[in-house]
Design a protein around this ligand. Structure first.
Ligand code: PHE
Length: 345
């Protein structure tokens, strides 16, 4: 066979390779030119029939053509593979316009929203958070707070006893005694948020279980001005700058003097309305100067140290902040109630 024919064969093959638009088409070209039945293969098997002097150059020419076709096919195969991949990727893009699954996220109970906010306010004033057990002994719940056995003040809190000596704490005040004991005579500035229990008829404003934040500050030179300033700052941060507080004298066995603290009514601004029963004020907490007996019993010399304490009902604060009409709603987990506070948490 003439070398010219071989060149023609090569040109034809390269053109067909160039023209192939798909991998399948390219495979067909590969079959035509490189398979055992191809022209190139039958030419190769003819080498033996040629006169010896022509064999070498013809063989070389054949190899050169085979290599050229093979590498052209390989190159084209690669570029077709890339092209086909790109086309597939373009076709397979994810349709993000399809509606997704939505999750029904809950909100926090307003009780916890307010509790955390109250804690933040006191942390900002330099208080530490202390903790104590909910099952308390008579000693910490009453005795060390100047409420001996047979003291009439026990009546008001007569409560859930576990045995003669143990009860569910009736207030967070036992943490006062526990903290004084732990601090061993050093200055104190703590709050203690926690659950408390009292025998009570459950109604719109009472619950046998509720929560308080206790506060206790002991140092040299602490006076009732410090108590008032602390509670005034708390009231303004919690209820707004316009709120005023008022201290009324009261009685607790563990404070002397003792006070009830009222804030001006948000509803009428102090003029008197239904909500504040015409008084212009709403009671929010109890407090006072730590009784000298309490200081003494818990390891502080009342001649040297003085202090103030307070107890704030957390539900009460939440009720006033949000205008909630029934304390029991905090505990029922009714989603219709909880949903209303979703944005606040
Ligand atoms: N422990 C009191 C109560 O439960 C509140 C209180 C705390 C009063 C601290 C004075 C000082 O009502």
């Amino acid at each position: 066979m003439e070398n010219n024919n071989l060149l023609e064969l090569k040109e034809k093959a390269l053109q067909e390779i160039e023209a192939a638009q798909t991998s399948d088409a390219l495979n067909a070209v590969r079959n035509t030119y490189l398979s055992k039945k191809s022209e190139l293969s039958s030419l190769t098997s003819m080498i033996g029939t040629l006169p010896p002097e022509e064999r070498k150059s013809f063989g070389q020419a054949l190899t050169e053509v085979r290599v050229a076709i093979t590498s052209a096919i390989e190159e084209k195969a690669n570029s077709l593979k890339n092209k086909e991949l790109e086309e597939r990727l373009a076709k397979e893009t994810i349709d993000i316009s399809l509606p997704g699954h939505s999750y029904n996220l809950g909100g926090r109970n307003p009780f916890y929203v307010i509790k955390d906010e109250m804690i933040q306010i006191f942390l900002g004033m330099g208080f530490e958070v202390a903790d104590g057990p909910e099952v308390e002994t008579d000693l910490y719940n009453f005795e060390l707070l100047n409420i001996p056995r047979d003291h009439p003040a026990r009546d008001m809190q007569d409560t859930f006893y576990i045995n003669e000596n143990e009860l569910l704490r009736t207030h967070t005040s036992p943490v006062q005694a526990r903290t004084m004991e732990a601090k061993k005579g050093a200055p104190v500035r703590i709050i203690c948020p926690g659950k408390t229990y009292r025998r009570d008829d459950d109604d719109a404003t009472h619950s046998h279980q509720f929560a308080q934040i206790e506060g206790l500050v002991i140092d040299k030179g602490i006076n009732i001005g410090h108590l008032k300033a602390t509670l005034e700052l708390f009231a303004k941060k919690m209820f707004g700058e316009k709120r005023e507080i008022r201290l009324r004298s009261s009685y607790f066995p563990f404070t002397e003097p003792s006070v009830e603290v009222d804030i001006t009514c948000a509803n009428c601004g102090g003029k008197g309305c239904n909500m504040c029963k015409g008084t212009g004020y709403i009671e929010i907490l109890g407090g006072g100067m730590v009784h000298p007996n309490v200081l003494k019993m818990n390891g502080y010399d009342p001649e040297e140290y003085s202090g103030f304490a307070f107890g704030i009902g957390i539900e009460r604060v939440a009720i006033l902040r949000y205008g909630i009409d029934d304390i029991r709603k905090f505990y029922q987990n009714d989603v219709r109630f909880l949903k209303q506070f979703k944005k606040m948490s």
